[in-house]
Design a protein around this ligand. Structure first.
Ligand code: ATP
Ligand code: MG
Length: 133
């Protein structure tokens, strides 16, 4: 498989979360992990809009999909800010704090780069048969 990479900017609005999901679907339509990839990007895009400076007027976030030798790398770059991504302990019965827990459970690996100027939250997925889809 020839490695490929695609990135697209989205406005930091809630409407863009659906667009980001569609972007993933369009490029990963034939991949067994398309639904998992959509869910991960949806959670990360939601966080960018809700918790980072990307959600301010005129803010944007960047979604990247990188496919290489049976592995997918998904990243959402935001515009930073005071808050930072953190894994919340499971809080049964309480609202919120689940997005990154879901990402960490679905991804083969995940992490955070950057600082208050801009952060990338990324996740990897195996694409071979038998991978989570
Ligand atoms: N891109 C981000 N920039 C800054 N802070 C973030 C970012 N993503 C997550 N966070 C912080 O990490 C916390 C945990 O994120 P997580 O997605 O797990 O939960 P949530 O967004 O609060 O709720 P839920 O995703 O369940 O609706 C958030 O409450 C927020 O404080
Ligand atoms: Mg969230």
């Amino acid at each position: 498989m020839t490695p490929w990479r695609i990135s697209r900017h989205f406005l930091g609005s809630t409407a863009s979360i659906t667009e980001a999901r569609r972007f993933v679907t369009a490029f990963l339509r034939d991949w067994p992990v398309v639904q998992t990839a959509e869910l991960i990007v949806s959670e990360l895009a939601t966080n960018a809009v809700r918790h980072s400076a990307s959600g301010r007027f005129g803010g944007r976030f960047l979604v990247t999909i990188h496919a290489d030798r049976g592995h997918l790398w998904l990243g959402v770059l935001d515009e930073g800010g005071a808050d930072q991504p953190r894994l919340c302990a499971s809080r049964v019965g309480l609202e919120g704090g689940r997005g990154l827990l879901i990402v960490s459970a679905l991804a083969t690996d995940w992490g955070i780069w950057g600082d208050h100027h801009g952060r990338t939250v990324w996740a990897t997925l195996g694409t071979a048969c038998g991978s989570r889809s």
